[in-house]
Design a protein around this ligand. Structure first.
Ligand code: G16
Length: 560
């Protein structure tokens, strides 16, 4: 079988080698991304990688073809590990080497060495299977074919095309399959809708629901999220959602979507004066990010942004409330009390005001570098770990141990004090653990949880937004000759290389009272990102611009 495998690789690479290998690819923040036209060979190679991962783990693996928030002409690929989370970081160097091997001989040699080192059985197994998904990008279909060929070059591994999906759906399916649970797309919608209904039924009588404008307007980024939200809306008949930017006529991520809305702080295309003040939300291109906003009346397209930090704060408040009801007056020794380790994970992009707010709530807040893979890992260390990036990517993780206790406690309460506040709190937490995607951040499940939490609190989007006031901030991106020249440390808050630039950033930041600024290389686009915060918008803008100029002087094309 190894001989057939080698032959398949040589044939494919020789027939299909495009210019891909001449561009250095890196597994990055979230898989490989580049212009779709150079990815054919990369997809084939990543197909092999996924197949090897499946053989190694003897589990189902996911392969998602998407470039998420990037422009429509880009595409990319992310691998989902058996847990449904991102590919283990231990395999990233191998992924980089596979993607960048200059010819079929070196690729074959590389794979041979890796298979030996990792002791990967090449004979296949019952569960050697890859679930493939893709977003709505036109290049997706042919790239999927390339990935399939890569997978089937490894004898005994099955490629299972799940069709057009959101990224979180695919991750959810992989997790469900490996846990022996129902795992079809229909099962996904069933789980979301039944846990949402359960939470709706548990809303306390008389919570000031009237404060909410009952209609939600969603910008689907002209992508897969809009299509899937339509299905969810049908399954949940009665959910009042107006879905815009659903792909008919518009271009994916162009002037629309969560990334655009969060970075530009303006309403997406398709929203106008009639929407002023209403509760609106934006998904990104593969529906793993979610932000809310409301249009301001005083100027065209300006918005009040309710970003990932505020979604996190809303969820943290709700969870904290349920835990305090659940553990009320209970005796630790009677197994009726569980000292829950509740933690919150953010990145350097988190608005300083959000971190202060969360700390005031008495929560433990920790920081990681950008990238869901880092946040997820940290959050998984708690009984309940809530992680969100400001850009709207995040979820809530529950430990198995806590969920087991919660199940038992809920059963006990249903026989001893049916209908009590404690029983309801237990049921709510259980429902949240089923509604919110345990594999990865998911805009659709996040949206349902926001909606039901607002109803529970009786809050309008305006009341929610008033939880705290964001410090004015600005994000910019700078094109440079080589973004890998920037190396950061301390959760991306300081630049370690090139020498001198951090001192220059410090000197610039010191000119602004309450100023904070950092730079980092993007893992998904060929740019350096600049983030600045200050006490006024004008100051944040100026600080960001001057640091962007510094980046250009140190690393760029020298246009400033
Ligand atoms: C991906 C990652 C996110 C990250 C974002 C931007 O999101 O999953 O964790 O925040 O890229 O990363 P960078 O600033 O490195 O370009 P997505 O939604 O694009 O897959």
């Amino acid at each position: 079988s190894y001989f057939i495998f080698v032959l398949a690789i040589i044939c494919y690479i020789q027939m299909n080698d495009d210019d891909g290998y001449s561009v250095k690819l890196s597994y990055g923040t979230s898989g490989f991304r580049a212009d779709a036209s150079i990815l054919q060979s990369t997809m084939f190679r990543v197909g092999i990688l996924a197949a090897l991962r499946s053989l190694k783990t003897q589990s189902v693996i996911g392969l998602m073809i998407t470039a998420s928030h990037n422009k429509v002409s880009d595409n990319g690929v992310k691998i989902a590990d058996p847990s449904g989370g991102m590919l283990t970081q231990e395999w990233e160097p191998f992924a980089d080497a596979v993607a960048n091997a200059p010819d079929s001989e070196q690729l074959v040699q590389l794979i041979g060495e890796f298979v030996k080192k990792e002791n990967i059985p090449l004979e296949g197994s019952q569960s050697a299977e890859i679930l493939l998904g893709r977003d709505t990008r036109p290049s997706g279909e042919s790239l999927l074919e390339a990935a399939k060929q890569g997978i089937s070059s490894v004898v005994g591994v099955v490629a299972n095309d799940m069709g057009v999906l959101t990224t979180p759906q695919l991750h959810w399916m992989v997790r469900a399959r490996n846990k022996g649970m129902k795992s079809s797309e229909l099962d996904y919608f069933d789980q979301l809708s039944s846990s949402f209904r359960c939470l709706m039924d548990l809303i306390p009588q008389g919570s000031g629901i009237n404060e909410m404008n009952d209609k939600l307007i969603v910008d689907g980024a002209n992508g897969v999220g809009a299509e899937k939200l339509e299905i969810l809306k049908r399954v949940l008949n009665g959910l009042d959602i107006d879905i815009r930017d659903s792909g008919k006529g518009g271009v994916l991520n162009e002037g629309v979507g969560a990334d655009y809305v969060q970075k530009e702080k303006v309403a997406p295309y398709g929203f106008g004066p009639a929407d002023v003040g209403l509760r609106c939300a934006s998904l990104d291109g593969d529906a793993d990010r979610l932000v809310y906003f409301s249009m301001l009346s005083n100027s065209n397209k300006k918005i009040d942004l309710v970003d990932g930090d505020k979604i996190l704060s809303l969820f943290a408040l709700f969870i904290k409330e349920q835990l305090s009801i659940l553990n009320k007056d209970e005796d630790e020794k009677l197994n009726k009390y569980y000292k829950v380790r509740l933690g919150v994970v953010q990145t350097a992009y988190a608005n300083g005001a959000s971190t202060d707010y969360l700390k005031q709530l008495g929560l433990e807040v920790v920081f990681t570098p950008t990238g869901v893979k880092y946040l997820h890992e940290k959050a998984a260390g708690y009984d309940i770990g809530i992680y969100f990036e400001a850009n709207g990517h995040g979820t809530i993780l529950f430990s198995e141990q806590f969920l087991c206790w919660l199940e038992d406690r809920s059963n006990e309460l249903s026989s001893t004090s049916e209908g009590s506040e404690q029983q309801k709190a237990a049921l709510r937490l259980l429902a949240v653990s089923k509604l919110i995607n345990q594999a990865v951040g998911d805009a659709l499940s996040g949206l349902l949880l926001v909606e039901v939490t607002l109803q529970h609190m009786g809050w309008s989007i305006h009341k929610w937004s008033e939880l705290y006031h964001d410090l004015p901030s600005r994000q910019l991106k700078v094109k440079v000759l080589d973004r890998t020249a920037v190396v950061t440390g301390n959760a991306e808050t300081v630049v370690v290389r090139p020498p001198g630039i951090q001192e220059a950033i410090n000197a610039e930041t010191a000119k602004y009272s309450g100023g904070r600024c950092f730079i980092r290389p993007s893992g998904t686009e060929d740019v350096i990102r600049v983030y600045a915060e200050a006490t006024t918008q004008e100051a944040a803008d100026r600080l960001a611009r001057s640091v962007a100029r510094l980046v250009d002087q140190f690393l760029g094309f020298g246009c400033s």
